[in-house]
Design a binder for this molecule. Structure first.
Ligand code: RP5
Length: 177
């Protein structure tokens, strides 16, 4: 006797349970409205978030958006600083999964806390992009170390300095697209 048989045998009366009929999407019924909402979400929802610590990061980070767009992957781009707007960053990261985001790319320069702070508030994969900026030390080594040296248990993937395009390619691979 298989384990499945055993479960059926234990049902009262020995017969299989009756399952409630679930209507197919688009066929009406009590769940029709919910199906429609889910389908609508699926059409418009960005799959990848591109975050950056400052508007000054945009020239480097827009390469990620370009790469994703070329691959037909929907994304949204937001500027938010882990140091200047910590509450905004925490709230965004906490809600990202619920909003349908699958991967977060976060670029920052100098002490570059943004990717790590985002990773502290979500279990979505986070790819950090260390950026050079006007007052960078050693050509962006400061940001590279900040992003790559995360404590055990809170990982951030880290691409090369100013290599936002690679972050987008990696995001596509994580999504298997
Ligand atoms: C970081 O500080 C930002 O990501 C940016 O790379 C750097 C400089 O920011 P701004 O002073 O140009 O706003 O937080």
């Amino acid at each position: 006797m298989s384990s499945d048989d055993a479960i059926v045998d234990e049902m009262p009366g020995g017969s299989e349970p009756e399952l409630a009929a679930v209507p197919e999407p688009g066929t009406g019924g009590p769940l029709a409205e919910t199906y429609e909402e889910i389908e609508e979400l699926d059409v418009d929802t960005p799959r990848v978030a591109i975050l950056m610590g400052s508007k000054s990061d945009l020239p480097a980070m827009e390469k990620a958006e370009g790469e994703l767009t070329e691959r037909g992957i929907r994304s949204e781009t937001r500027v938010m600083s882990a140091h200047r707007e910590p509450d905004t960053v925490a709230e965004y990261a906490k809600n990202a999964r619920m909003r349908g985001i699958k991967v977060i790319i976060a670029g920052a320069g100098l002490s570059a806390a943004l990717p790590g702070v985002v990773a502290a508030h979500t279990d979505l994969p986070v790819i950090g992009v260390p950026l050079t900026s006007r007052t960078s030390v050693a050509g962006g080594l400061d940001a590279l170390l900040s992003i790559s040296q995360m404590p055990p248990g809170v990982p951030v993937g880290c691409v090369g300095v100013d290599n936002a395009r690679n972050a987008a390619v990696l995001a596509a691979r994580i999504l298997s697209i």
